[in-house]
Design a protein around this ligand. Structure first.
Ligand code: GLT
Ligand code: MN
Ligand code: MN
Length: 388
């Protein structure tokens, strides 16, 4: 029986805000006491996590004095050294403070936009100080409730200007840092700009330094819109833009649930893990989720261990799927190729086009062919349910 023990090479990470979530929701206050960043690092060490990520204000409260900031950093650094937990990613909180109620980089107020840039530069410095190699941008407040309030075109232009400025800042400081944009369709705003990973991929190509910027897709955020998450991840991967990933789970059409990874849609989680493992994605596997509000800190550890365990089980299932003789046979049959069409593919030429136009096809026979996907899917289900 496999142990499902996390190893450093799996790169399982958690944000301070995930295991540090105190269970506040719109209808009720905290149910768990606040732990310090250092305490949370120790908790992560206990469950076998490789890394910890943070927003500037998860680590240093927004109004902390310089002396308080130094004391917190010292404790945090010690906890990292004691546990061996590393900091692969950092990000900025551009959504909690009232100043950001109408957005940060897309605010109509130039003072708010300038403050957002200042706060982000400081937060980048803080992340780099702790070794972060990826910097995430989640524009939770970059949107509207009423489109009478802001220009959607101007907002995209403002977002571009901010990203261009911050790329130059990273270059100017000679930081070894990649930027990763995280999309979400709504919540906390009624609607958020650049609402899916696909929107982000298109936006990135319009930047001055597209090579520095990729995406950080999150399961829940794409599932909220009813999208196939793995397809978005695959598109990002194929474009060389999968810089980071946020793993959790989510029922479509609901508020952002941030459920334990794989706890809702096992099949979608399976295809995702299989994809990441098949292509040998070697970035962090960041669990951006939190424990149910019913839990104490023992339950938070159950939650964190559960995310890791489910990933490793699914990784094992993916290897089983790939090695399955019947799966291989069906896939070979589906992908059979006698080479006769090769002449028509690839680069266009006028000769190819006229030869292809003259080619006869047995359309009825091709349309009659059964593809055995029912069987293939049932084998997948059997593997997932452990009966194979
Ligand atoms: C927030 C959000 C996440 C983002 C985090 C990074 S913060 O919890 O719901 O999806 O990844 O800003
Ligand atoms: Mn996220
Ligand atoms: Mn989320």
């Amino acid at each position: 029986m496999t142990e499902y023990t996390p190893k450093p090479e799996h790169k399982f990470t958690f944000g301070l805000w995930t295991v540090g979530n105190i269970g506040r929701d719109p209808f009720g206050g905290p149910v768990r006491e606040q732990k310090t960043p250092a305490e949370l690092v120790r908790l992560l060490g206990e469950v076998g996590a490789y890394g910890v990520n943070f927003h500037d204000n998860d680590l240093i409260p927004i109004d902390a004095t310089a002396a308080e900031a130094e004391a917190i950093k010292k404790d945090f650094r010690k906890a990292l050294a004691d546990t061996g937990v590393v900091v692969p990613m950092a990000t900025t909180n551009l959504f909690s403070d009232p100043i950001f109620k109408d957005g940060a980089f897309t605010s109509n107020d130039p003072k708010v936009r300038a403050y957002a840039l200042q706060k982000t530069m400081n937060a980048i410095d803080l992340g780099v100080e702790f070794g972060a190699k990826t910097y995430v941008f989640w524009g939770g407040r970059e949107g509207t409730e009423t489109d009478s309030s802001k220009s959607a075109v101007e907002s995209i232009k403002r977002s571009r200007e901010a990203m261009n400025f911050l790329c130059e800042y990273v270059l100017d400081k000679k930081y070894d840092l990649k930027l990763a944009l995280e999309a979400k369709p709504n919540e906390p705003r009624g609607d958020i700009y650049n609402s899916t990973t696909g929107h982000m991929l298109a936006f990135i190509e319009t930047l001055d330094h597209p090579e520095m910027v990729g995406v950080n897709p999150e399961v829940a955020h794409e599932h909220m819109s009813g999208l196939n998450f793995m397809h978005g991840v695959a598109q990002a991967w194929e474009a060389g833009k999968l810089f980071h990933i946020d793993l959790n789970d989510q029922y479509p059409g609901r508020y952002d649930q941030d459920l334990r990874f794989g706890s809702r849609d096992i099949k979608a989680a399976f295809y995702l893990v299989k994809f990441l493992e098949d292509v040998k994605y070697n970035g962090p596997r960041h669990f951006d989720a939190h424990a149910y509000r019913t839990e104490d800190y023992e339950g938070v550890k159950d939650f964190a261990r559960g995310c890791i365990r489910t990933y490793l089980i699914l990784k094992e299932k993916a290897a089983q799927f790939n090695a399955d003789k019947e799966v291989q046979a069906v896939l070979a049959e589906i992908n059979a190729d006698d080479g006769s069409m090769k002449q028509y593919f690839g680069k266009y030429s006028a000769e190819k086009a006229s030869a292809l136009k003259a080619q006869a096809f047995d359309r009825a026979a091709l349309g009659r062919r059964g593809l055995r996907y029912e069987r293939l899917d049932q084998v997948t289900i059997d593997i997932l349910l452990g009966s194979r």
